[in-house]
Design a protein around this ligand. Structure first.
Ligand SMILES: Nc1ncnc2c1ncn2[C@@H]1O[C@H](COP(=O)(O)OP(=O)(O)OP(=O)(O)O)[C@@H](O)[C@H]1O
Ligand SMILES: [Mg+2]
Length: 248
């Protein structure tokens, strides 16, 4: 049996009366690519925040490689191998692309020369080496998203949590991003991915999990999920057909 890398037991997050995440359990094995889909406000980003420590859960437990990490701060979880990107990309705009990635690289490489080598290496991996000296604030959305991935990669994570890294990209940029993720996955990296574009999910996901109003309502292969009447209902409401999901 494959090793369980991330295990979430009955996680909940309530904001006053709102159950943003409601008793969600999920397991991710080493080497998997698991996608999380769900309508706006379903609780996807909040769920990520519970995993990475940006938010404390109201209830439940998160384990990484068997270790309970509930009380650890985000930087401690990063050190244990949890990398993430944010839905709203916030590079340090006055710094160069290289400097942004250096900040991540310093976590495991305290010496500047080592950190710089690592950062350049990662920029190369994501196809951004030629932009190393550009100000992050001058990069396009697509480039900023790659930079965000590079910054997380520079921390040498074992599992990467990506929050809608393809949102707002054009079709060819989406295609390039899928290729990048596939190549990173081939190096052994595990992925948990929030993704709105169901065609993208179908292109690379081994397992898809659906959140709706804080609850995990379905999980299975991309085809099983996209053909589930419950999922169609969650996305589109009553009276719609499965085929309409393909156009989202
Ligand atoms: N800090 C907060 N305080 C209060 N309510 C919050 C907070 N963060 C999120 N929420 C609410 O929790 C619910 C889930 O939000 P969340 O951002 O996790 O959804 P999402 O699935 O990521 O949505 P989207 O697809 O739009 O990114 C929403 O109703 C949101 O308004
Ligand atoms: Mg979100």
């Amino acid at each position: 049996m494959s090793e369980q890398l991330l295990v979430v037991h009955n996680a909940s997050k309530h904001f006053m009366g709102l159950k943003a995440v409601d008793d969600v359990s999920l397991t991710v094995a080493k080497g998997e690519i698991v996608s999380i889909i769900g309508p706006n406000g379903a609780g996807k980003t909040t769920f990520f925040n519970l995993l990475t420590g940006q938010l404390a859960p109201t209830a439940g437990e998160v384990r990484l490689r068997g270790q309970q990490i509930n009380s650890l701060a985000p930087h401690q979880r990063a050190r244990l191998g949890m990398g993430r990107t944010f839905q709203i990309v916030k590079p340090l705009i006055a710094l160069s692309a290289l400097e942004n990635v250096l900040i991540g690289a310093f976590m495991r490489h305290p010496r500047l020369t080592d950190a710089r080598d690592k950062a350049m290496d990662v920029l190369q991996t994501v196809g951004m080496a030629h932009h190393a000296r550009r100000r992050a604030g001058d990069l396009t959305l697509s480039e900023r998203r790659r930079l965000e991935v590079a910054r997380a990669l520079a921390m040498e994570p074992e599992i990467m949590l990506l929050d809608e890294v393809m949102a707002g990209l054009n079709q060819s940029e989406v295609g390039q991003s899928i290729e990048l993720l596939k190549s990173l996955h081939a190096t052994g990296l595990t992925f948990l991915i929030i993704e709105h574009n169901l065609k993208v999910v179908r292109a690379f996901s081994e397992r898809v999990v659906v959140l709706d109003r804080g609850r995990l309502i379905a999980q299975g292969t991309a085809d099983q999920i996209l053909n589930s009447p419950e999922v169609v209902k969650a996305y589109l409401g009553d009276g719609h057909k499965v085929e309409e999901l393909g156009t989202l």
